[in-house]
Design a protein around this ligand. Sequence first.
Ligand SMILES: NC(=O)c1ccc[n+]([C@@H]2O[C@H](COP(=O)([O-])OP(=O)(O)OC[C@H]3O[C@@H](n4cnc5c(N)ncnc54)[C@H](OP(=O)(O)O)[C@@H]3O)[C@@H](O)[C@H]2O)c1
Length: 276
Amino acid sequence: MSSLKDKVCVVTGAAGILCSAMVEALLEEGAKVALLGRTESKLVDLKKELHDKGYSETLVTAADVLNADDLNKAKELINTTWGKVDLLVNGAGGNHPNATSKAEQMTADTPMEDSFFGMSLDAFGFVFDLNFKGTLLPCQIFGKDMIDSGAGNIINISSMSADRPLTKVGAYSSAKASVDSLTQWLSVHLATRNIRVNGLAPGFFVTGQNKFLLFQEDGETPTARGQKIINNTPMGKFGKPEDLKGAVKFLAGPESRFVTGIVLPVDGGFSAFSGV
Ligand SMILES: NC(=O)c1ccc[n+]([C@@H]2O[C@H](COP(=O)([O-])OP(=O)(O)OC[C@H]3O[C@@H](n4cnc5c(N)ncnc54)[C@H](OP(=O)(O)O)[C@@H]3O)[C@@H](O)[C@H]2O)c1
């Protein structure tokens, strides 16, 4: 259980529901993990929670993934505390309500404001900034350590919606598709410098934020959208954050040493199923 013994890792969006499970996966393998996000109190709470579980090698690094000064300060703190960064997980990401269309498809009866034509350009910009630039900038800043030390590993968190765009979330799906393209491009660009770049694409996971969309008030019966998802997931269930741990350990560890440029789906078969 020590394939990442003393490796210095950074996880952006660390306090998130899925990302905190990924942090735990890295700690289970002996890594040291810098917890990066904007809200320091969330990171301090996570650090304490992890400490109570027996993991003490964590560092709170409050930073916005869109702010180069913040990221450089975080890098300095990590370098002084532990040394150069070996692994970066770009987990910070998400959607914006105004970048979501109310209607799944635009029919003759759909009001313009409920369709693609009612979606705000600013909200599209927000979603692209957070998911795309918020992946690109940490790669540039923490990737320098990897160039200096002659080895490194980057894992970008995408979504199954990049490859098979879900209805309504047009901006999020396009932004995550751009993350996949960057992952492939960068994997080629950095391959001769011994730096691997891969992606991980979670499918449907129940989180505090989406539980109300997926389950009715009793917390057990799926909503119509929740049932539609289950019907299209060959394994017939939603994922749990801990289901991501094995995939993270694989991409982060030496077992995947000849793997670069892939985006690994963790989705119960959703992306493989045609629906028929
Ligand atoms: N949840 C799902 O079902 C699902 C499915 C597919 C893919 N994903 C992807 O998986 C990744 C992790 O999801 P999650 O569920 O763990 O997310 P989450 O619970 O929504 O948390 C997102 C985290 O990112 C941080 N963050 C947001 N904006 C930031 C910024 N500008 N700079 C630094 N940190 C920022 C937030 O903390 P602060 O606000 O304090 O910064 C928060 O801790 C995301 O990329 C998401 O798109 C999620």
